[in-house]
Design a protein around this ligand. Sequence first.
Ligand SMILES: CC(C)(COP(=O)(O)OP(=O)(O)OC[C@H]1O[C@@H](n2cnc3c(N)ncnc32)[C@H](O)[C@@H]1OP(=O)(O)O)[C@@H](O)C(=O)NCCC(=O)NCCS
Length: 240
Amino acid sequence: MSKKTPSSIIVRNTQPQDVPQIIELCRRVYPNGVPWGEDQLSSHLRMFPEGQIVAVDTQTNQVVGMAASLAVLWDDYDLNTNWRDFTDSGYFKNHDPQGHTLYAAEVMVDPTMQGRGIGKKIYATRRDICRALNLRRIRAGARLRGYGKYADQMPPEEYVKKIITKEIGDPTLSFQIKQGFRVLGVVRDYLQHDPASHGHAAIIEWINHQAATRRDYTGRDPRFAKPRKKRTDPPTPDPA
Ligand SMILES: CC(C)(COP(=O)(O)OP(=O)(O)OC[C@H]1O[C@@H](n2cnc3c(N)ncnc32)[C@H](O)[C@@H]1OP(=O)(O)O)[C@@H](O)C(=O)NCCC(=O)NCCS
């Protein structure tokens, strides 16, 4: 369970003046290599300003979290597409205003503020964006950050199944499953040069029931189905 979210935290659309603070945030979250540069973050704001959000501590005016998204027409891609192609090398120039899918390219929270419900708040806003734009779904590649420890014991598909059944916890995928996502498949070589995940990611989806069509619920891989909740029979009344 997360600790209580400080009341001073708000989530709002990213503004151009937030970019330097987002880069600093990236440095704290990813000390071994900053994933987003000024060119890319500015490009996101030009392509799709409605899809870019930050969490800000209004007491300190510090950016403590961010999420970057674009809309895509899913039929232009397939499940095995890698991060570079989904995001046009991080620039989002492939953002398609006709797309039905919000592609969640990034979410991060300052390491000193993780575990306080800020990621959850960011995702609630992301779902609101999806609903407001009448998009059918959010999809993302959840890099399997904890897989490295298990790579010599099982293939990534097995690892993902164990996360779904909660036998193993993964720093990214366990969080995303809690946000209502389900796993559609596992992609190898999603994110090259990521030793923690060995490059593997789970492709995940949250459905916007207000906009989804019947077809959007079909074609699921049963290996990654969520375990059904056990039915508990009502207690038998004591004999009189
Ligand atoms: C993933 C991340 C965004 C989560 O943000 P956060 O603010 O720490 O998450 P929250 O506190 O809002 O947690 C929300 C829920 O997820 C759960 N959760 C969060 N991290 C978890 C973990 N490592 N394992 C299991 N559950 C986790 C929390 O317990 C909480 O559950 P609750 O709703 O029952 O209270 C954050 O850890 C992060 O920035 N990680 C580094 C960047 C990253 O890997 N991003 C994903 C790129 S694919």
